[in-house]
Write a protein that binds this ligand. Sequence first.
Ligand SMILES: Nc1ncnc2c1ncn2[C@@H]1O[C@H](COP(=O)(O)OP(=O)(O)OP(=O)(O)O)[C@@H](O)[C@H]1O
Ligand SMILES: [Mg+2]
Length: 235
Amino acid sequence: MPETVNQTSLLAAKSLHKSYRMGGQPLEVLRGVDIQVEAGEWVAVLGASGSGKSTLLHLLGGLDRPTEGSVSFEGRDVFAMGGKAVDRYRNRKVGFVFQSYHLLPELSALENIAIAAMVGQSVLGWIGARSECRRRAAELLDRLGLAARAKHRPAKLSGGERQRVAIGRALINQPAVLLADEPTGNLDAKTGEQILDILRGLHRDGQSIVMVTHDSKVAAAADRRLTLDGGRTRG
Ligand SMILES: Nc1ncnc2c1ncn2[C@@H]1O[C@H](COP(=O)(O)OP(=O)(O)OP(=O)(O)O)[C@@H](O)[C@H]1O
Ligand SMILES: [Mg+2]
């Protein structure tokens, strides 16, 4: 019998720990989380409020560093790479949909998406890239059913529309993995279902997704579910 080849996962977290120091006492939020995500997979992490879901997603996306343990992307340890490489990973490989959208209030829907594609461009590259980035942003808005809202600022958009802009921003650099933090958390059931439909469509097209949520009905949309409890994952 040939030995089974242990294939490299797209994204893997090993023995992740994260503590926050508040006053004298460290607050241990993650106490040894292990996750493997294969290319094309949609994984949901279920957990109660305060269980550390956002903390975990931030570590997976290179937005924050673990206290211990590793995050690997295509077999390479993200935090063992230099700071610039972590920035590149975050900007080019990961698309992040934040729990509370984090759209820039002064920018239109189109600009909020286009600007994410400009990050990391030199000034000269910026000028050259601007129209191409806006074209791609317009295409994404169209795909997300928001073509008629391109010029609206976030304050003039509904919650579901803001979330769709946030998804567009996360997708513009064609990330290898989409990290979605409670993507339906602030939305009513019908609007939440529309957002899940968008994620289903992306997943059908091959997008790898890690989604964290407190809602088991939302988690049911994923291929696989893990539960985060007491700082550890199971399932
Ligand atoms: N920057 C920080 N400094 C100190 N404590 C923090 C920080 N970020 C998160 N925490 C604490 O870590 C714990 C987990 O927070 P986290 O936001 O990851 O939970 P969550 O599962 O995403 O919750 P929710 O479902 O409400 O979004 C909480 O007790 C929180 O107070
Ligand atoms: Mg959270």
